[in-house]
Design a protein around this ligand. Structure first.
Ligand code: ZN
Length: 88
């Protein structure tokens, strides 16, 4: 399947524990490594990462909001599958 160069913000599972997403702000590819964590632990890690100030590989610094910017929820969904609709 050919796709245009301007890649959509796709989320791609690389292997059993790494997911590639894209930064919604700058479009840089981000590889999230969940290191074999359980889904619950992965969610906890995401919650932690979300509020840690850091620099994106695309050269901008954010204080919080990585969960949304780096599509972490989508990454977890891609890696672990959708949880049966509870909550939300
Ligand atoms: Zn970025």
């Amino acid at each position: 399947m050919l796709q245009s160069q301007q890649a959509p913000p796709a989320v791609e599972v690389l292997d059993g524990q790494r997911v590639r997403t894209h930064c919604l702000k700058c479009g840089e590819a981000i590889v999230l490594d969940f290191g074999g964590l359980s889904r619950q632990k992965a969610l906890e890690k995401v919650a932690e990462m979300n509020v840690i100030p850091r620099e994106c590989p695309g050269f901008h610094v954010e204080l919080t909001g990585w969960r949304r910017l780096w599509q972490m929820d989508e990454a977890i969904e891609a890696l672990y599958g959708k949880e049966e609709n509870r909550g939300n």
